[in-house]
Write a protein that binds this ligand. Structure first.
Ligand code: CO
Length: 148
């Protein structure tokens, strides 16, 4: 009986650990079809910092099929994406632009990158969008970022 309780307790602890990890540290994939694996990401406002890992599951190099993960207020995301396109390689982001709330580097097929950022300045229930700023990709590669 004691053993059963210990196993249940361990399972519960392990599940809560996983849930917490999924909220504050999340992974998203991008592929050669100009698609992210998620159209929505949710984080808890109790996460002081959030780590987003981007994996490029495709084969194409960064100069042909580059992906990054960029966060902006939804109202800013298209202007920022267009400014990023104008800024060009290697970041495809306007330098020092405060509308960019977080961003990874641009990666190519088989590569992985991550960004860790403070979400305390983000509003719970605020309207944020994540996207890829490689030229043209923001149209297909974007999703809602929700702080709960
Ligand atoms: Co892309």
């Amino acid at each position: 009986m004691k053993t059963i309780f210990a196993i249940v307790a361990l399972a519960a602890w392990s599940m809560s650990g996983t849930a917490y990890g999924q909220e504050c540290s999340q992974t998203i994939d991008g592929n050669d079809l100009i698609k992210f694996s998620l159209t929505e990401m949710r984080v808890s406002s109790s996460c002081g910092e959030v780590t987003i890992t981007l994996r490029h599951t495709g084969m194409l190099p960064a100069n042909a099929m580059g992906h990054n993960w960029v966060l902006a207020a939804t109202a800013d995301y298209i202007p920022v994406a267009q400014a990023g396109q104008a800024a060009g390689a290697p970041s495809f982001l306007p330098a020092g632009d405060s509308r960019v709330l977080a961003a990874t580097a641009i990666i190519g097929g088989g590569e992985e990158t991550s960004v860790t950022f403070d979400i305390s300045s983000l509003q719970a229930g605020g309207d944020y969008t994540f996207f890829c700023s490689f030229p043209g990709h923001y149209v297909l590669m974007n999703g809602k970022f929700i702080v709960e």
